[in-house]
Write a protein that binds this ligand. Structure first.
Ligand code: APR
Ligand code: ZN
Ligand code: ZN
Length: 369
């Protein structure tokens, strides 16, 4: 099959057509990947922010149709439509059974760039190819753990279902699960990309009535308004902390979200939370950035809570159906997140668009022969 491969850190992706895919092993399923979002975390693997072994098939935000099941698979059957979860959730380990399936102990295997047993089902020219997040949705077919799929109704278009797999679960989950947003509350969101727009619509659904969007690009701030922002602050026009203070009666927001993954914007998120407020870290920074934050003082004296947010604190098996209900009722925008649909040959252009900020999401629609 043909798929987009990242050969190494800081190199362009290349589409290779010599990729062999092994059959699913026990507890694994073969998925015909119909669509894959292009997320900033894919770019973060390319530039080394998220360290993963290479060569690797990127892509962790996808949806498709189950084509074949391995021994012992009971969760899905051939023909089922599924959203792919970028964190496997076994439902049996300590964290899964204690309300934190987004930290499933089985997901530790993901750092090695293979499936749960550490090996990959892909080879290119005879050499092993890694799979991002036990998935690898930049290829038209993927062998994935059954605990990484969530069945959805057949009538949900698979391009929008793909976005649920990362951006929507992460962003909406950050607002609905990770944070404590009270109805009538004030929220600030720094970074209005594919994930940040979902934080904004999640905050609206949670009942926040003042939603302050911060970005450098006027086009993103316009999109933010469509997703529920009541105020916008252009970070290119001056200190965004002052902008958020001005929009929150000088107090700061009850809850702030950093949805980029940069040191200065994490510090801004801490500083624009009101005393006693909550700061939710969604963006994934380089490891050294996390080590060198310069805002420790305010944690204690101003009693601020800092929360790390992984996968929107989601329980994918419960939350995917909930998100689809919100979408059906018109409360959750999904189609509106898709700026461009592309084929896999245009993946490097999609990365350039993401860096330039000209898209909310590009979505790869795979062809299958
Ligand atoms: N100040 C304000 N906004 C900024 C700044 C800045 N200094 N730098 C970048 N931005 C904005 C961009 O203009 C863009 O709108 O942040 C947004 C980032 O959006 P995307 O590139 O679409 O990233 P996204 O896919 O939303 O991911 C955001 O979440 O899951 C993580 O790894 C992912 O860390 C990444 C983050
Ligand atoms: Zn992602
Ligand atoms: Zn588990």
């Amino acid at each position: 099959m043909k798929a987009a491969v990242l050969p190494g850190v800081d190199t362009p992706l290349e589409t290779r057509d010599d990729i062999e895919i092994a059959p699913p092993g026990p507890g694994e399923v073969r998925v015909k990947v119909v669509a894959s979002g292009v997320c900033h975390s894919d770019l973060s693997v390319q530039n080394g922010t998220i360290p993963l072994p290479t060569p690797i098939v990127l892509g962790h935000e996808g949806a498709g149709i189950v084509e074949e099941i391995g021994d012992g698979v009971t969760k899905v059957a051939v023909g089922d439509h599924v959203v792919l979860s970028f964190v496997p959730a076994c439902g049996e380990c300590y964290t899964c059974t204690n309300g934190q399936p987004f930290l499933c102990e089985k997901s530790r295997a993901q750092a090695a760039g293979g499936l749960l047993d550490g090996t990959t089902r892909l080879t290119s020219n005879g050499a092993p190819l890694h799979q991002m997040a036990c998935l690898g949705t930049y290829g038209p077919y993927a062998i994935v753990p059954e605990i990484s799929v969530v069945k959805i109704p057949d009538d949900v278009p698979l391009d929008i279902a793909a976005l649920i797999g990362c951006g929507v679960l992460t962003g909406v989950g950050a607002a609905l699960n990770t944070a404590n947003i009270r109805p009538g509350g004030t929220v600030a969101v720094i970074g209005c990309g594919g994930v940040g727009l979902n934080v904004i619509q999640g905050a609206r659904i949670a009942g926040a009535t003042t939603i302050i969007a911060v970005d450098m690009l006027p086009s993103k701030l316009e999109m933010a308004k469509e997703f529920g922002a009541t105020h916008t602050v252009n970070a290119g026009d001056g200190d965004p902390v002052a902008g958020v203070m001005a929009a929150s009666e000088g107090r700061g927001a009850d809850v702030t979200f950093e949805v980029i993954g940069l040191g200065p914007t994490i510090e801004q998120a801490i500083n624009m939370a009101r005393p006693g407020g909550e700061v939710v870290l969604v963006g994934v920074p380089r490891l050294d950035v996390m080590m060198n934050l310069n805002a420790a003082f305010t944690f204690l004296y101003l009693a601020k809570t800092i929360k790390g947010c992984w996968y929107g604190s989601s329980d994918v098996n419960a939350d995917v159906p909930k998100l689809l209900d919100l979408w059906r009722s018109g409360e959750l925008k999904l189609k509106e997140l898709i700026s461009k649909e592309i084929d896999v040959d245009h993946i490097n252009e999609a990365f350039a668009d993401m860096q330039a900020g000209t898209v909310a999401r590009s979505v790869i629609v795979h062809t299958h022969d």
